[in-house]
Design a protein around this ligand. Structure first.
Ligand code: G1P
Length: 297
């Protein structure tokens, strides 16, 4: 029987410069979609997939993120006294068991691969998941759970994948496919952020990974890749060269790039419309906005 994957790494050390000035004093992972910070979506997805240990790779200025997952006893007491049961439940969903979250620091921004490598001692000799909080995925069955199920069949390394427009390959890790089996593809190469004319396909890596501990060993070599950074993509690609399997997994769901302003706004609209308590009022408002826009054109 394959061992279950119970550890997930969350690289949250990034400076979030694309969201300045908001991110001058708050971590980008605390930016809020409807009423929950981005990090909450990532944690909920990990929990649904059976993750028990959450490893945050942080940096200076991220203490709000650490506080967010602490219990807030005063707040809970006050809500209980006021009979605000729903809010109390929402608050409790953010509590994490003591010891379930571990924090390690990335002292210098040296790339995603380096950030993941910072978690090596806590990951140990086990397969592990990586979740990038910028990629928010709305799905009936959470994306990482879909991947865990695929991974039970395949073993090895599994990366989330999605077709992107050809002229956007330079924003992603891109897969070179050796066999296309539908949802799963067998991968024979991976390139980080290739120019459109050099991209082996338009199947891009999205921020969910299930990786073997060998990937950590590859990261030990600290090889510089695209943009002069240590790239996770390269460490995974090395596994292919070593003859170990890497699969791309076309997940079912809608991905929002919350690392960009346009993507964040799209996610806000989609998540707002998906909320029963907001849907009608919000849809009416959007309808009015669109009608005004059309009339003005
Ligand atoms: C990272 C990875 C890239 C992947 C992308 C998905 O890039 O390096 O391979 O395709 O996430 O969002 P970043 O967006 O951090 O530049």
């Amino acid at each position: 029987m394959k061992r279950q994957v119970t550890k997930a790494v969350f690289p949250v050390a990034g400076l979030g410069t694309r969201f300045l000035p908001a991110t001058k004093s708050i971590p980008k992972e605390i930016l809020t979609l409807v009423d929950r910070p981005l990090i909450q979506y990532a944690i909920d997805e990990a929990r649904a997939a059976g993750i028990k240990e959450f490893i945050f790779v942080t940096s200076r200025g991220k203490s709000a993120l650490e506080d967010y997952f602490d219990d807030a006893p005063e707040l809970e007491t006050s809500l209980r006294k006021k009979g605000k049961t729903e809010l109390l439940e929402a608050l409790k969903a953010t509590n994490m068991d003591s010891g379930a979250i571990a924090y390690v620091r990335q002292n210098r921004p040296m790339g995603l691969g380096h950030a993941v490598w910072c978690a090596r001692k806590l990951v140990g000799d086990e397969s592990f998941a990586v979740i990038l909080t910028d990629d928010v995925i709305a799905a009936e069955k959470p994306c990482l759970q879909q991947m865990m199920e695929a991974h039970e069949e395949t073993g090895g390394n599994v990366v989330a994948a999605m077709e992107v427009p050809h002229d956007k390959t330079s924003s992603y890790g891109v897969l070179d496919i050796s066999e296309d089996m539908g949802a799963l593809v067998r991968v024979k190469g991976m390139v980080e952020k290739p120019k459109a004319e050099e991209a082996p396909s338009n199947l891009a890596v999205i921020g969910r990974y299930i990786l073997t501990p060998k990937v950590m060993q590859n990261l030990n070599k600290k090889k510089e890749g695209a943009g002069g950074e240590i790239q996770l993509t390269d460490a995974i690609a090395e596994e292919i060269e070593a003859g170990n399997p890497v699969y791309g997994f076309r997940f079912r769901g809608q991905r929002y790039d919350c690392g960009s302003k346009a993507g964040f706004l799209q996610a806000t609209v989609a998540f707002g419309l998906a909320r029963p308590d907001l849907r009608d009022e919000f849809a009416d408002f959007l309808g009015d906005v669109m009608a005004m826009r059309t009339a003005a054109q």
